[in-house]
Design a protein around this ligand. Structure first.
Ligand code: G1P
Length: 291
């Protein structure tokens, strides 16, 4: 199956982040740092390494730090240049997005993930696109989205990253109703948002990586409210499935739910451990403080 390449990614960053108060009182939750980089930069780097060229952020009030983070900081660059700090300068420049390749659109009212994605419809146009939720941080040799791009080349249509979760956790995720399971790929015949364990059609859960066809916008136009009174992205999937294949892809890697303190803590450990120059210090610190 040949599929048109995915060059645009959407990053919904309008959420309040109340679980991380007071850290998120005056700073966006997507700017929470894991080791030395904000969550949103991990998401953008994953997208970039997967072939994405255009970056659309769906923001809200109080999120300007994200826009500034990906901009050029002339004053800081000048100081670093004057002081000959070349490696710091390189790090700084890695966080810049290429001119004209980023766009910011506001979700004016917090009406849910489906509504946030719909707010980007005119910037995306009639092309398939990737969607990354920065809260879901994935540690992987090959970026999770790059794995999905390969899957997309094979199966086309819509592709979501999935993992199998414990029965008592199905109520945290969009859960696939499976038509066909061949290991790495799962063909879906339906999806249910955050079902109770008794209602869940499987234990195969969507994590925050999606490749979606633009037909989703016609469905989201209807602005139908679902679970929690929000316009859920997941609720548009059954109609999408009726039009094109919809596959879950079991990615290879470790996913951390950085929307929760526990997941964010684990991510810090795993990402620090993955850095050779921090590993020894990390292990010594655990020995020292975690008895
Ligand atoms: C969202 C989606 C859900 C998905 C999850 C992945 O939920 O609505 O379908 O499984 O992200 O993290 P949220 O975590 O924003 O409540």
């Amino acid at each position: 199956m040949t599929s048109s390449p995915i060059r645009t990614a959407v990053f919904p960053v309008a959420g309040l982040g109340t679980r991380f108060l007071p850290a998120t009182k005056a700073s966006p939750k997507e700017m929470l740092v894991v080791v030395d980089k904000p969550l949103i930069q991990y998401a953008v780097e994953e997208a970039h390494a997967s072939g994405i060229e255009n970056f659309i952020f769906v923001t809200s009030q109080g999120k300007t730090a994200i826009e500034d983070h990906f901009d050029v900081n002339h004053a800081l660059e000048q100081v670093l240049e004057q002081r000959g700090k070349t490696s710091e300068l390189a790090i700084l420049r890695e966080s810049q997005l290429a001119p004209g390749r980023s766009a910011f659109v506001r979700q004016q009212v917090p009406l849910g993930l489906g509504h946030a994605v719909w707010c980007a419809r005119h910037l995306i146009g009639n092309q398939p696109f990737a969607l990354i939720l920065a809260d879901d941080l994935v540690l992987a040799d090959k970026p999770c989205l790059a794995q999905m791009m390969e899957a997309y080349q094979e199966v086309g249509g819509n592709v979501v990253a999935v993992m199998d979760v414990a029965a008592e956790h199905v109520n945290r995720y969009g859960i696939l109703d499976i038509a066909q399971d061949n290991g790495p790929y799962v063909k879906a015949k339906g999806v249910v948002e955050k079902p109770s364990p008794g209602e869940a059609p499987s234990r195969t859960a969507i994590v925050g990586r999606y490749i979606l066809q633009p037909e989703i916008f016609k469905i989201l136009d209807q602005q139908q409210k679902g679970k929690g009174g929000e316009i859920q992205l997941t609720d548009s999937f059954p109609k999408l499935i009726a039009q094109a294949p919809f596959h879950g892809m079991r990615f290879i890697g470790q996913r951390f739910d950085c929307g929760l303190k526990e997941g964010w803590l684990e991510a810090n450990l795993a990402f620090a451990y993955a850095r050779p120059h921090l590993r020894e210090h990390l292990l010594k610190s655990i020995e020292k403080y975690c008895k």
